[in-house]
Ligand binder design. Sequence first.
Ligand SMILES: NC(=O)c1ccc[n+]([C@@H]2O[C@H](COP(=O)([O-])OP(=O)(O)OC[C@H]3O[C@@H](n4cnc5c(N)ncnc54)[C@H](OP(=O)(O)O)[C@@H]3O)[C@@H](O)[C@H]2O)c1
Length: 319
Amino acid sequence: MKAIVISRLGGPEVLEVRDMPEPAAGAGQVLVQVEAGGLNFADFMTASGGYPGTPKPPLIAGREFCGVTPSDGRRVMGYMQWAAFAERVAASTQLLWPVPQAWSAEEGAAFPVNYFTAYCAYWKAGLLTPAKAARPRVLIHAAAGGVGTAAVQIGKLLGMEMYGTSSSDEKLTRVAELGLQHGINYKHHDYEEVIRDLTHGEGVDAVFEMLGGEHTNKSARCLRDFGRVVVYGAATGEKSTLDPRLLYAKGGSVHGLWLTYLSANRELMSEAWKQLSAWTSQGHLHPVIGQVFSMAKAADAYRLLGEGKNFGKVVLQIS
Ligand SMILES: NC(=O)c1ccc[n+]([C@@H]2O[C@H](COP(=O)([O-])OP(=O)(O)OC[C@H]3O[C@@H](n4cnc5c(N)ncnc54)[C@H](OP(=O)(O)O)[C@@H]3O)[C@@H](O)[C@H]2O)c1
């Protein structure tokens, strides 16, 4: 079968389409004929050697996919740690979900990581069942990205007042159409100052922080009393710095989120799917696909994501 292989550690140039051995489904697994794969920032980091727990190359890239189970023709979307960008995968039945009717394979492939991560961010922020009295405020970094657009769609359903950052006015205009009320172009404005002004000095209830470096402290400074920073990435490539004194000040807290780890928690994943599938069946969630690439152009897809030029999800067609 054909697969996208990380031939050695490095940039997008290390990706190769190769013939690889067919996978065999083990206990608790099922074979899936893959049609599309969703590209994640984690895939970019895996190729360059910066993602924890990944085997050494050569290995098949990819952590989410959409396809059909040949045994019974079910359309499914799934999540794994690597080996998703191949014509066939052996997928865990625990991390495989039915594709909502009328969704394309590309939309299915754009769902698992973004929506489970965004759901878990609201869960970690304690905002899934917000108090009725006040409209909770959330600051979403990279609001125009894969997880970001999912967080905006979910935030709209939860009744959030949302503030989102991006490097581009054009991207912010498109996220506004998804329900983002306050777009902040961080190339032109300091988001900390904007949050202070827009919230009359009060701050936000939660920040979804995936930038790392100085942004964890800056995000903590955006909190209101008892607010939470949910840290879940370091797209700047810089290790987070955190001054705990910022948390003492307002009784704030910092929470970690890693889907790789949380996906092993059956109760949490099943609760998340119960809510996410209800929203999708009511037509409320729509994976945002920015760009679609063929397998042969996988390196271009990685490049686009690494340069932060994507809008929503970058998807690979697997065939
Ligand atoms: N912990 C978890 O379980 C988990 C799960 C999924 C994703 N993540 C993390 O969440 C983040 C977003 O992932 P994603 O796959 O949805 O990617 P993405 O948001 O679609 O793409 C990354 C975006 O980050 C923004 N960005 C800001 N500073 C950047 C920089 N220095 N370099 C590159 N991009 C920068 C860019 O948007 P603008 O140009 O609009 O600023 C870019 O489009 C990543 O850090 C990823 O590792 C974590």
